[in-house]
Design a protein around this ligand. Structure first.
Ligand code: ADP
Ligand code: MG
Length: 358
């Protein structure tokens, strides 16, 4: 029986064979890409009256993902999506991506091709050109590091530092879906697959609850960065970031950078249905999952006017909710519970303090 060439390890292609394959796939759709893959450095033409945004995010096997959780193409998409989300949170347009790849020698060529399929499709969707990168063998699992450029009108990028007392705090979408998906994946559920044999299912966890958990898994594996919303908020948001670590720590970043405090209201948090199911299933509090779970990649922003008008044209169906307000203070965030009790809001993901999620 002849072996499928896509099952072969990367030694069959070699480093330069792999780079050639990546190069053949990379389009040139992003404006300002004078030279992409193939030389010592890419050449990017700076656009007049625009500021250049640059961001990097890594995904590490065993820290951010596990190989058997989802498809390789979803992983390729996510590697780009988490970076696109950072450009979105500045109000920018994504442009060129640079892909740092640390690949275990035994990874099948076919798996890497599927990863590149997902990355390439996502790049086309967001108008991104893969313009370079670096490729090495990894002895510690798959390492994915994407650097992404973006462009925004000169002086207009929305920073974390612009929140002012009297602003309200808003979020797009619903929170806690990704944390619920992570919990479901770590307990053995898989995207689109039936309930695993051998995993206890409580009687209350019926088809509707399973569908909610599947929505959580989809949110975790294929997040949808809010590019159009971020750009539409350019005229309206005083401060903005994307929710990668959870409101609890991300809002604290905004407050610290802006020199203000914030109060959020438990009753107003748009908790995703998946978070309610995951919370009941794991004996946790749904609100904690929504506020500390992380990886929702929704936008959190401060504004003193109702942003609905800014967002209506670009993202007419995206929900946006006010969850609190900015107050005079020094960086603290408190949570007001439905009875009026006030507790400090702590938590959120910290790579060196939180338990390893996988
Ligand atoms: P150098 O030795 O000068 O660093 P490389 O052999 O690492 O050159 O890379 C050759 C070209 O291929 C460069 O344009 C580089 O940006 C590109 N490249 C290498 N690895 C990747 C990758 N994983 N994704 C995209 N481009 C890559
Ligand atoms: Mg190199």
């Amino acid at each position: 029986m002849s072996q499928d060439p896509l099952d072969a390890g990367l030694a069959a292609l070699g480093e330069f064979g792999l780079i050639d394959r990546i190069r053949r796939r990379a389009g040139t759709c992003a404006p300002g890409t004078a030279l992409g893959i193939g030389d010592d450095a890419a050449i990017l033409v700076l656009e007049p009256d625009q500021d250049l945004l640059v961001t990097t995010d890594m995904l590490l096997e065993g820290v951010h993902f596990s190989r058997d959780w989802g498809s390789w193409d979803a992983l390729g998409r996510k590697a780009l999506a988490v970076n696109v989300s950072d450009i979105a949170a500045m109000g920018g347009s994504p442009r060129q991506a640079f892909l740092g790849l640390g690949v275990p020698g035994d990874l099948a060529i076919g798996s890497l091709e599927q990863f590149l399929d997902g990355l390439e499709a996502a790049a086309a969707e967001w108008g991104v050109t893969l313009a370079g990168g670096d490729t090495c063998r990894s002895a510690v699992g798959l390492v994915l590091s994407v650097t992404l450029t973006g462009a925004v009108a000169h002086g207009r990028a929305v920073r974390r530092s612009g929140a002012r007392p009297g602003d309200r705090v808003w979020v797009t979408g619903q929170l806690g879906a990704s944390a619920a998906g992570l919990l479901a994946l770590s307990r053995g559920l898989r995207p689109g697959a039936p309930w695993p044999a051998g995993l206890d299912r409580p009687a209350w966890l019926g088809p509707a609850e399973q569908a909610a958990l599947q929505a959580g898994i989809a949110a975790h594996l294929t997040p949808a960065p809010r590019v159009a919303a971020g750009q539409a908020l350019l005229g309206c948001a005083h401060a903005m970031l994307d929710l990668s670590d959870g409101v609890a720590s991300d809002l604290a970043h905004v407050c610290r950078e802006s020199g203000v405090a914030a109060r959020i209201f438990a009753a107003q948090i748009p908790v995703h249905p998946a978070a309610r199911v995951a919370a009941r299933w794991s004996g946790q509090d749904a609100l904690t999952l929504a506020l500390s779970g992380g990886e929702d990649y929704e936008l959190l922003f401060a504004a003193d006017e109702d942003p609905t008008a800014c967002l209506r044209q670009a993202v007419p169906t995206l929900p946006v909710t006010t969850i609190g307000r900015i107050e005079v203070g020094a960086g603290t965030v408190v949570l007001e519970l439905p009875g009026g009790a006030i507790v400090p809001l702590r938590g959120g993901f910290d790579h060196f303090r939180s338990p390893v999620p996988i």
